[in-house]
Design a protein around this ligand. Structure first.
Ligand code: FE2
Length: 341
C-alpha cells in the first residue's frame, strides 16, 4: 500500500479544519449539552440557529447548530483557507476537477465557497469570521470540559484510498495510515494541513458520513470534569467510549454522543508536531489491538457503526471486516466458560 507523496505547492492554500454545521431537533437541549458538558461558549443565537466556539477561539464559531424537524444531519464540514483570494483559486480548481462549487452568503463568515469532494462530502471554505474575545482567562466561566478549540473531524469513507488521493492533491499530508487484512487495503488515513498530525481522518465505513468532530480539552482533569458534568446534567449515557488513550496518535480521548446522536470527542493536545518534511507516514495494522493501546476495552459496536449522515447525501454501503473486535465481542469471549474452569 503506497501513500501518495505530499504536494508541497497545492492549487490553493487550506490552513486547517475549522468548523462543522449540524442540524438538531431541540436547539435548547443541544446548546445545554455543548455548553455544560463540552464547555463551549455561545457566541450568537437566534430562534433557530446557535453559533458556538471554544474558550481559546477568537473566530466567531467552530460549531453551528441549526434546528430542524427532519432527521439530524451534518450540513457542511468547514475548512479555512489562508486568504479570500484563495477561494477564487479553489473555485477554479473544483471546476477543473468537474466538482460542484458556488459562492454563498453565510452569516458571520466572509466570502464562503460551498463545494463537494469526489465522494460527496459537503464542504464549506472560508478565510474569515468576525473576531470575538478569548475566554481563556475567564476561569469562572469554564464548565465541563472547557473545550479550547476545534481540532479535527473523522469521516467514514467507503473508498479511503480515493479520499487520501484527493486530499493529498489539495495539499494535505498523511501522518499515519491503517492497513487491513488480507490485501493490505488502506482502511484509515490521518491527514493534516496545520502542524499537528490530524485535520481530517478517514476511516473505512458506510459513507461519506461524519463519524465525529473533536475539540482540545486542557487536561485529563478537564476531561473527567466533562464526564462528571455529563453525569450531573443527565447526559451520563452520552459518554460512549473512554476516557482512554489512542495507540495511533497516542492522544488521550473521550467520546460523547450529543442529544441527537452526533459524536463529539475531547482530546488533549496533540503529542507531537508535524512540521518537518522528513516525517514519513506511519503504518499501522488494523488487526493489532495496539492501535488502541494494550489496555482497556475496544470500542463498542455503536462507535464502529453509527455516524451522522450528510444532508442530501446517501452513504454507500460498506461491509466491515470479519475480524473486527468490538467491546461486545470482547466481553463475550471473556464471559465464555474457560476450559477446565
Ligand atoms: Fe478523533
Amino acid at each position: 500500500m503506497a501513500i501518495p507523496p505530499p504536494l508541497h505547492y497545492p492549487p490553493f492554500n487550506i490552513t486547517r479544519s475549522s468548523h462543522v454545521v449540524l442540524t438538531v431537533r431541540d436547539l435548547a437541549a443541544s446548546i445545554a449539552f455543548y455548553t455544560r458538558v463540552i464547555g463551549l461558549v455561545v457566541t450568537e443565537q437566534d430562534d433557530d440557529t446557535a453559533w458556538l466556539r471554544g474558550i481559546e477561539e477568537i473566530a466567531h464559531h467552530s460549531l453551528v447548530l441549526r434546528a430542524t424537524t427532519e432527521a439530524p444531519a451534518c450540513e457542511r464540514v468547514g475548512l479555512r483557507v489562508q486568504t479570500e483570494e484563495e477561494l477564487d483559486k479553489a473555485a477554479a480548481h473544483f471546476a477543473a476537477c468537474g466538482l460542484p462549487s458556488r459562492f454563498v452568503e453565510v452569516p458571520y463568515q466572509g466570502r464562503t465557497l460551498h463545494a463537494a469532494d469526489p465522494m460527496g462530502t459537503p464542504l464549506e471554505l472560508c478565510a474569515r469570521m468576525p473576531a470575538v474575545d478569548r475566554r481563556l482567562l475567564q476561569t469562572d466561566h469554564h464548565p465541563g470540559g472547557a473545550a479550547l478549540r476545534f481540532d479535527h473531524k473523522q469521516i467514514h469513507m467507503v473508498d479511503v484510498p480515493a479520499a487520501c488521493a484527493f486530499y493529498t492533491s489539495l495539499g494535505f499530508r498523511t501522518s499515519d495510515y491503517i492497513v487491513g487484512r488480507p490485501h493490505e487495503a488502506l482502511v484509515g488515513a490521518f491527514m493534516h494541513r496545520k502542524d499537528i498530525p490530524w485535520d481530517l481522518v478517514f476511516l473505512a465505513g458506510p459513507g461519506p458520513r461524519l463519524h465525529h468532530f473533536a475539540y482540545v480539552t486542557p487536561s485529563m482533569i478537564d476531561m473527567f470534569r466533562a464526564c462528571d458534568a455529563a453525569g450531573l446534567h443527565k447526559y451520563g449515557s452520552s459518554v460512549e467510549r473512554g476516557p482512554g488513550r489512542h495507540g495511533l496518535g497516542h492522544v488521550q480521548y473521550v467520546y460523547f454522543r450529543d442529544p441527537d446522536g452526533h459524536r463529539v470527542e475531547l482530546v488533549l493536545e496533540a503529542p507531537h508536531h508535524m512540521t518537518d518534511l522528513e516525517q514519513e507516514p506511519v503504518r499501522w495494522d488494523a488487526a493489532r489491538r495496539a492501535n488502541t493501546m494494550d489496555w482497556g476495552y475496544p470500542p463498542p459496536r455503536c462507535w464502529f457503526d453509527d455516524a451522522t449522515i450528510f444532508t442530501g447525501v446517501t452513504p454507500a454501503a460498506y461491509t466491515p471486516p470479519a475480524d473486527r473486535v468490538a467491546l461486545e465481542d470482547y466481553l463475550a469471549v471473556r464471559a465464555a466458560p474457560r476450559e477446565g474452569g
